[in-house]
Write a protein that binds this ligand. Sequence first.
Ligand SMILES: [Zn+2]
Length: 328
Amino acid sequence: MILKGLRIILMKLRRLLVPAAASAVTLALSGCGALTSDDGSGSDGSRTVVAGLYPLQYVAQRVAGDAFDVENLTQPGGEPHDLELGIGQTAALADAALLVYIDSLQPAVDEAAEEVAGVEVLDAASVVDLISFEDEHSDEEDAEDEHSDDHSGHDHGELDPHFWLDPARMADLGDAVAERLADIDPDEAAAFEERAAELRSDLEALDEEYTEGLSGCEIRTVVTNHDAFGYLEKYDLELASINGFSPDAEPTPAALAELQDLIAETGITTVFSESLVSPQAAEVLAVDAGVDTAVLDTIEGLTEETADEDYLSLMRSNLAALEGANRC
Ligand SMILES: [Zn+2]
């Protein structure tokens, strides 16, 4: 409560101070006809891009190169869905040239994106083609959907924000970030575009690997801890989750019983837990159903254990885990 109050005060102060500072700069520079500062910085000179969570940070870093520092609002090991912004993050955000976030994944960041003044914002949901939870599960029967609705806190007609698990959509974000950075720093536009193209070619190669790797699986169903992996359905997989949209929700006994039936029907070998929350729910289900557990990384954030990894290497580990579990 106190933090939130302070944050609002900081935001308000910022709103009051920024226009004053900006007009002082404009006045100072108007004599020589320049409207931006000499080093090609953003409107207030910031060289920082702030991202809501790791996959967005990865794209921003790849595209920005060393032209901007990129900061992640979610600390390593932190679970990004219920991120709370502290004073440090709020200050970083207020000083940024650009905030890259994705609407409806992190409520605290959604709120901050509306409150920040003088900071460019790029909502990934506005530039990447998102699919709705409903479309992902269109050919599953209601039993599955009902259990998620019970406790997931989201409507299945809503858009699924976890688009980074589709490399092709990540490439689209890369192009959009390049465009926005070029608006902020036109001198570097060609470099941003070139880096976005390199990123796209890495991501398209990864997309190919997924398509090939998952083409001949004996088992097509995947059970994960929360609804993060819906975009993998493009590779002809069917995703079901224990907890719906909330990574650390408590599954109901009815939901667990349904998943046990699904495991028995489909011959699934493995229930997947994730790296940022307790594997307990997945382990309980796996033990009851007599199958294994393994980690499928949501890539929502890095941990101490995955600090040396990056988006591409984590996606490749996930592919290997899926190929093993689904007998591809
Ligand atoms: Zn998630």
